[in-house]
Design a protein around this ligand. Structure first.
Ligand SMILES: [Zn+2]
Ligand SMILES: [Zn+2]
Length: 298
């Protein structure tokens, strides 16, 4: 599993930071969370083809999170995109998408297969290897997301070797969590296998401080959270439903997460990002500032 930060600015981009867009790569999936203006170009700079996209999760319809959608669709159309792009977003996403499709109509955009899902809190994707959950956040019709890889049962190879069990369909049974009999001997799943915990990534942008954000981040391996302000501007953060670095760190701490990556960094802190990091680290030592084109493996 890999995360590529394609955009990490707040409402106004800087020379170093583009608007919000994060790409999660997992097996055959390329899941884009938000698509700020210029995201398609960020893909090319990162040397990733946007035609690999399988899903788009939209947190909310503020321009800095969605203005890149028409351009991305047009390029996918030009590139002969042949998958069905599955889109998830808050109520009204279907209307907003239809405006885009009507406004920028072309034979290329018309060719793209799109499936739009207006979501509610809870499980929104359930695949064999992973699920995605959504929670409503404290911002304008905004959702946060939680990607959960499912736990995997693996064969304890040294046990199997010792027991003299030969590879074959019988191992599949163990992998499915069923006890087996080998040469008249009962082999228990708990002895012959072990469970590898699935990885969890939480996406929390934009929001004021709320318990739903902590729920999304619960025991996550990686929390990616907005951090628009420092505590000195907590009044602005509260009024505009955004987080301070300290609040984002508090969410990660309360959720017992492993690592926190901060983004949606305001240009007012350009060159002073160490202050953002310092404030977060005081509460949650494993805090990091995300940068455009940073890639992290999980
Ligand atoms: Zn924003
Ligand atoms: Zn917003």
């Amino acid at each position: 599993m890999e995360i590529t930060f394609l955009g990490t600015s707040d409402a106004i981009p800087t020379a170093e930071r583009n608007h919000t867009a994060i790409l999660l790569s997992y097996a055959n999936e390329k899941i884009l969370v938000d698509c700020g203006e210029g995201t398609q170009r960020q893909f090319y700079i990162a040397k990733i083809s946007p035609t690999k996209l399988t899903r788009l999760l939209i947190t909310h319809w503020h321009g800095d999170h969605v203005l890149g959608i028409p351009g991305l669709l047009q390029s996918l159309g030009f590139s002969g995109y042949s998958k069905t792009l599955r889109i998830y977003g808050p109520p009204k996403t279907k209307d907003f998408f239809n405006y885009i499709l009507k406004s920028f109509r072309s034979i290329y955009i018309d060719k793209i297969k799109i499936q739009i899902n207006e979501i509610r809190p809870g499980k929104i994707v359930d695949e064999r290897d992973f699920s995605v959950f959504a929670e409503k956040l404290k911002h304008y019709n905004c959702f946060g997301y939680r990607f959960e890889e499912k736990d995997k049962r693996k064969i304890n190879l040294s046990f199997i070797k010792k027991a003299g069990i030969k590879p074959g369909p019988i191992l599949k049974k163990l992998q499915q969590g069923k006890n087996i009999t080998w040469n008249g001997k009962r082999i228990k799943v708990k002895d012959a296998t072990f469970v590898v915990k699935g990885k969890v990534v939480a996406f929390i942008f934009d929001t004021g401080y709320c318990k739903e954000a902590i729920k999304l981040a619960k025991n996550a391996d990686i929390v990616i959270a907005e951090s628009t302000y420092l505590t000195e501007h907590e009044d602005l953060a509260d009024a505009r439903f955004h987080l301070t670095a300290k609040q984002a760190a508090t969410i990660a701490k309360k959720a017992k997460a492993k690592k926190l990556y901060l983004l949606h960094i305001s240009r007012r802190y350009k060159g002073k990002e160490n202050l953002v990091l310092k404030e977060a680290k005081k509460v949650f030592p494993s805090s990091h500032i995300a940068k455009d084109f940073m890639t992290i493996g999980i």
